[in-house]
Design a binder for this molecule. Structure first.
Ligand code: C2E
Ligand code: CA
Ligand code: CA
Length: 502
């Protein structure tokens, strides 16, 4: 059968169908394409967002790293508590200042400042208070520095100031004076108000030293000088100090050996009763019989011993020897007591009570015939600890005397609160009493106070008959001084007692 020929109408219809099919296919393709590109677009945007996010994070991280790097740099250069320059960067700045002065002329002054008895503030009030004090000190130091001057914290309570001047100048002295003034103002630590003094020493480049290590050493020597001349003062280095320091260090080594070898011996000064005209007791005063220097007085070696725990050993040796030497005199009724100076540092040593009681027991020495003399300076810190130890002594029968009363801080509340038996009136009152009505009035007031508190009074430093009479008329009849006898070795004391009929 022959194929039917397509009519033109059929052909149009076929072509239209085809066209439709093709349109649908294109529309489908376009739709697919659109969907695909949307998908792609979405995917792309997501990727961009991811990339952006990543980029932001990288930027943040870089910033963080930079901040930590800056912080690390800051910490490497700065003291974290006070934010002053630390020891390392202070030393570097000092070196730089000296190099500049070497190259272009000018002078560099190095000041060291050290707080007096800061350790005791820390021990007594805790580290938070200690930190507050250091912060305030740092802030006061920064206020004093101007221009190129720079303050640093070199260690615990040690600070330094570098001062650069075109020619040698007065500036370091001025800074030192300003530091003293600034530190004399009380520091507020919450409910506490603390007074911290400080000592300053300084040296000058190129006048005193030609390099940085020597300058530092000399500033330190000057500081040491301030400390040993009673603290709370400033000292400018001069050449004599280095030699002095050298001989001082030599002396300390010798003193250590002398204490160990028993070469520190007690001398005894009579304490008399004006009423009975009898020697009632003696005060033991340390003497050092030095092979080359002869007799050395305690004013020279006691402060040296007090700088270290050597004073504890020295004090122990003194008490031991006094108990041994004086025991026969007590036993025979020729003396009532021996009075021995107890250093603040010795009283702070934890085993002091036990140590003294052991010595007493070993010599069979009656505790009531021992009197310990303490000074007020010890009471400024650790009042409660001191009070406790003194009470322990007293319950065992040992008597406690407050030495040099009226010479120092003389807080009347101490006398009331402390377990005391005796007050020794400082010898400055005896010196002034003959020609000063005010001293007489003060002595009378002290005597009245002592009587009210049931304390015995001893007047020290009596040199003349008139001083003795006036003290007696003020109600102070127990007396000690050159008038009745200077400190003397044991054999001389024996003769002296015999001559007095006891
Ligand atoms: P201190 O405890 O006030 O002792 C009295 C000082 O005054 C002694 O000086 C004594 O010789 C001196 N003196 C006594 N009568 C007179 C006087 O009429 N006029 C004058 N101008 N002075 C008089 P010394 O022996 O040089 O002792 C000085 C200080 O050394 C003592 O002062 C005491 O604080 C300390 N010291 C002495 N021995 C010891 C010791 O064994 N241990 C401790 N921790 N300190 C001691
Ligand atoms: Ca004394
Ligand atoms: Ca005294």
């Amino acid at each position: 059968m022959l194929p039917q020929t397509e009519t033109s109408g059929d052909r149009v219809a076929r072509l239209e169908r085809r066209l439709q099919r093709e349109r649908r296919a294109r529309e489908e393709a376009e739709w697919l394409l659109e969907a695909k590109s949307l998908e792609l677009y979405n995917a792309n945007s997501h990727l961009t967002a991811l990339a952006n996010d990543l980029e932001m994070r990288v930027l943040d991280r870089t910033h963080e790293l930079e901040v930590s790097r800056q912080q690390a740099l800051f910490l490497a250069e700065r003291d974290p508590l006070t934010t002053l320059a630390n020891r390392v960067s202070f030393a570097r700045d000092l070196d730089a200042a000296i190099r500049t002065a070497q190259a272009h002329g000018g002078s560099v002054q190095l000041l060291f400042a050290d707080l007096d008895r800061f350790k005791e503030i820390n021990d007594t009030y805790g580290h938070a208070v200690g930190d507050a004090v250091l912060l305030e000190v740092a802030s006061r130091l920064s206020t004093i520095c101007r221009g190129t001057e720079m303050a640093g914290r070199l260690g615990g309570d040690e600070f330094g100031v570098i001062c650069i001047t075109p020619v040698e100048s007065e500036r370091a002295r001025q800074i030192a004076t300003e530091i003293m003034e600034a530190m004399s103002k009380p520091i507020d630590c919450g409910r506490l108000q603390l007074i911290v003094s400080c000592s300053v020493g300084f040296a000058n480049f190129p006048r005193d030293a030609s390099d940085s290590p020597t300058l530092q050493r000399f500033a330190d020597v000057a500081l040491y000088h301030s400390k040993s001349s009673g603290r709370s003062t400033w000292t400018e280095f001069d050449d004599t100090m280095a030699a002095e320091l050298h001989s001082r260090q030599g002396l300390e080594v010798e003193l250590r050996a002398a204490v160990a070898a028993g070469e520190i011996e007690p001398w005894y000064q009579p304490i008399i009763s004006a009423e009975s005209n009898r020697i009632v007791g003696v005060e033991a005063l340390a003497r050092w019989q030095h092979a080359e220097r002869g007799l050395i007085l305690p004013g020279l070696f006691i402060p040296l011993a007090e700088e270290s725990s050597l004073i504890v050993e020295l004090g122990r040796a003194m008490i031991d020897r006094c108990c041994q030497e004086i025991h026969p005199l007590i036993r025979d009724g020729r003396l009532d007591y021996v009075s021995i100076n107890l250093s603040p540092r010795h009283l702070r040593s934890p085993s002091v009570v036990e140590q003294v009681l052991k010595i007493l027991a070993r010599h069979d020495f009656p505790p009531s015939a021992l009197q310990l003399e303490i000074t007020e300076s010890l009471l400024l810190f650790d009042f409660e600890q001191a009070e406790q130890r003194l009470s322990q002594f007293r319950t065992r029968g040992v008597r406690i005397a407050l030495d040099d009363f009226g010479a120092g801080y003389s807080s009347l509340s101490y006398i009331r609160r402390l377990p005391l038996d005796v007050i020794k009136i400082d010898r400055s009152f005896a010196r002034d009493i003959s020609d000063d009505r005010q001293s007489e009035a003060v002595v009378k007031a002290i005597v009245q106070l002592a009587q009210a508190l049931d304390l015995q009074i001893v007047a020290e430093g009596i040199e003349t008959e008139s001083q003795a009479e006036r003290m007696t008329s003020c109600g102070c009849s127990i007396q000690q001084g050159y008038l009745f006898g200077r400190p003397m070795p044991l054999n001389e004391l024996m003769r002296h007692l015999k001559a007095k009929g006891s």
